[in-house]
Design a protein around this ligand. Structure first.
Ligand code: BES
Ligand code: ZN
Length: 647
């Protein structure tokens, strides 16, 4: 049984599909920036890498670029604060005498450089970006050192009470830095165009384990002191930290899982295929360059499905379906080790370069692992998501462009959607269709190589597509519809629309259902979780309450153990006023904080006045258990600030 859903499924009747897992995942990442690590790269690539303006950072990397960060921090659960120092090693790139760092909601206590105490001040900023920290750097100085303390409400941090963990014994802390939250826990140049190596010394309360996106311990240190090194240069959004009651279990030559003790076993089972995924990925797109690949299974309030922190993917426990049916998410985060963590988007307006490439890559891994039919089901579910998202944005079609035009006042997180993921991956699939898989794979291999440990923006990528992939052939370039995909709305007509026999089989049963056939007489034998998901998503209009109850009782939908399937069913139940699922929905919303599930559930509830009342009633109790990322989103969905509850 899945950890996260165990409380509710345990309370409900077991069912034929309670242990099935369906699902689909859709998203990805890439990147760009001058290479961090060698004298050669910056100069070599200066001609090819355009300087791209990142409106979401106050930093001035054209004057000073941070090359290394040394952290020395104490983690206090009682004060809900990280405090200590960050020492930044600078590369001087101009005559300027000030370095500007990004900060948000943090207290700056003292600043010095290698030459002694330094002058500094916090400038004006805005709600989305925080405030710039200006530091005067004497000519001979090559480091700045900031003593600081994070705010209790720091946007990257979630401080969990013991009751929010599996054992209930110890508190837990984890970070989420992407896209622009690293600045709430480290003063740094918070743009994906700057890369740095780092080391850290952390003091945490024993007997907790501390982990970072770095070389990690596998055992608890009795004194609570941990040291970390990260020798591969990373952009700021990949900085991460987790502290809690955690155990390690090896699952392969280069892979392992960290989890709370009660879910370590389930996690090791669920992710046992990870090493094979790595082998498949390397065979397609070149060596895995990060050493180990471990997975950290977080408590259920983790706001994302997964986060590709280097060497240590962070994952939601909602993918512990018990049958490995939701592991495309691991393929996705692993794929980011190339698309995103090597080749990084230059700005958050280029997020599709990270996520679109990664969804494409993820599906190629799944195809290797489970075959083309399986991957095609995932692709078809993704296409359904894409169509729905394009429809949702009917009034604001600019948000369906791959390349976004967000301003400094807009938090990139506020327009987060499936577009960069699904439209991005369908764009790449259309290109693959046009040039053939062999040529496309060769292009991708070269792309990851060329941009390894660097960033690139959309314009530069367009140049590479035209020159390298399409070889300057004007006809081929026109046929690819690059501008329509990247700078235009909706779905261009050279999209490859997926279709699978596996779903045609389901469609036939959906027709029979619409014609009045009872659930028990539908032929659902041997359906895979993805087929169940398709079935529930596509339920015909006009089903009676009795038919819904028949489906529910026959297939155990309200107690589904697969989180994707449960999510889809609870949405249907809400939209169709099927009240027998209300208790399950309430448990779902109170038992996890994954935004991908929370948002549609609260949105569906908010469609009617009674539903909105229920939503507010649930949210009043749940809000304190959600991560700031999810709180921000659901506050907006429910108009929390304006409601009496918020004031
Ligand atoms: N890097 C993303 C998460 C992200 C993107 C956080 C942009 C903040 C800003 C991660 O790789 C991701 O895409 N996660 C998905 C799962 C995936 C299978 C589509 C998620 O969390 O749902
Ligand atoms: Zn992703």
């Amino acid at each position: 049984m899945p950890f996260l859903l165990s409380s509710l499924s345990g309370a409900l009747r077991p069912s034929p599909i309670a242990c099935l897992s369906a699902l689909l995942l859709l998203m990805t990442v890439t990147a760009c920036a001058p290479s961090p690590d060698s004298a050669s790269s910056a100069a070599d690539h200066a001609a090819s890498t355009e300087a791209v303006k990142d409106v979401h950072s106050f930093a001035n990397p054209q004057d000073f670029a941070v090359r290394h960060i040394s952290l020395d921090l104490t983690v206090s659960f009682t004060e809900r604060a990280l405090s200590g120092t960050a020492e930044l090693t600078l590369e001087r790139r101009s005559e300027a005498d000030k370095v500007i760092l990004d900060t948000k909601d943090m207290e700056i206590l003292e600043v010095s450089t290698s030459e002694g105490p330094a002058e500094f001040h916090l400038g004006d900023g805005n709600d989305a970006l925080g405030r710039p920290l200006h530091i005067t750097v004497p000519e001979k100085a090559d480091t700045v050192r900031v003593r600081y303390r994070t705010a209790p409400g720091a946007g990257a941090l979630q401080w969990l009470e013991p009751v929010q963990t599996a054992s209930g014994k110890y508190p837990f802390l984890f970070t989420q830095s992407q896209p622009i939250l690293a600045r709430t826990w480290i003063p740094l140049q918070d743009t994906p165009q700057v890369r740095f190596t780092y080391d850290a010394r952390l003091e945490v309360p024993p007997p907790l384990l501390a982990l970072m996106s770095a070389e990690n311990p596998q055992q608890v240190a009795d004194n609570g002191v941990y040291t970390f090194r990260m020798d591969q240069a990373v952009p700021s959004y990949l900085m991460s930290l987790a502290v809690g009651e955690l155990e390690f279990r090896s699952i392969g030559a280069r892979t392992g899982v960290y989890a709370e003790p009660s879910v370590i076993e389930a996690s090791a089972y669920e992710f046992a295929e990870t090493e094979q995924m790595m082998v498949d990925a390397e065979a397609m797109y070149g060596p895995y360059r990060w050493g180990r690949y471990d997975i950290l299974v977080l408590p259920p309030s983790f706001p994302y499905g997964g986060m590709e922190n280097p060497r240590l993917t962070f994952a939601t426990p909602t993918i512990l379906a018990g049958d490995r049916s939701l592991t495309a998410l691991i393929a996705h985060e692993l794929a980011h080790s190339w698309s995103g963590n090597l080749a990084t988007n230059a700005t958050w307006n280029d997020l599709w370069i990270n996520e679109g490439f990664t969804v494409y890559f993820e599906r190629r891994i799944m195809e290797q692992l489970y075959g083309a039919d399986y991957a095609e089901m995932l692709t078809q579910l993704g296409y359904q998501d894409l169509e729905a998202t394009v429809e949702d944005f009917a009034e604001t079609p600019q948000y369906t462009h791959l390349r976004l035009e967000l301003t400094a006042e807009q938090d990139p997180d506020d327009v987060f959607s499936d577009i960069p993921y699904e439209k991005g991956s369908f764009f790449l699939r259309a290109l693959e269709e046009q040039v053939g898989r062999e040529a496309f794979d060769e292009f991708l291999r070269e792309h990851f190589d060329r941009y390894a440990f660097r960033s690139l923006g959309t314009n530069e990528l367009v140049e590479r597509l035209k020159e390298d992939l399409l070889q300057g052939d004007e006809e081929a370039i026109a046929k690819a519809q690059l501008d329509a995909w990247i700078f235009g709305p909706g779905i261009p007509d050279n999209v490859v629309i997926p279709s699978t026999d596996a779903f045609a089989v389901v469609d036939a049963e959906l027709n029979a259902l619409a014609g009045g056939r009872p659930a028990a007489q539908l032929n659902t034998a041997d359906w895979r979780p993805q087929q169940w998901l398709h079935f529930v998503r596509q339920l015909p209009e006009g089903l009676t309450q009795q038919q819904l109850a028949d489906l529910d009782v026959t297939f155990g939908l309200t107690s589904a153990g697969n989180s994707e399937l449960l999510n889809a069913w609870l949405l249907q139940a809400t939209e169709r006023g099927y009240s027998a699922a209300e208790e399950s929905q309430e448990n779902f919303l109170l038992s996890m904080g994954r935004r991908k599930f929370l948002r549609p559930q609260y949105e569906a509830l908010a469609e009617t006045p009674e539903g909105k009342e229920r939503a507010l009633d649930i949210y009043r109790r749940a809000r304190a258990t959600y991560h700031p990322v999810s709180v921000n989103t659901i506050d907006r969905v429910l108009g929390w600030e304006e409601s009496e509850e918020g004031s």
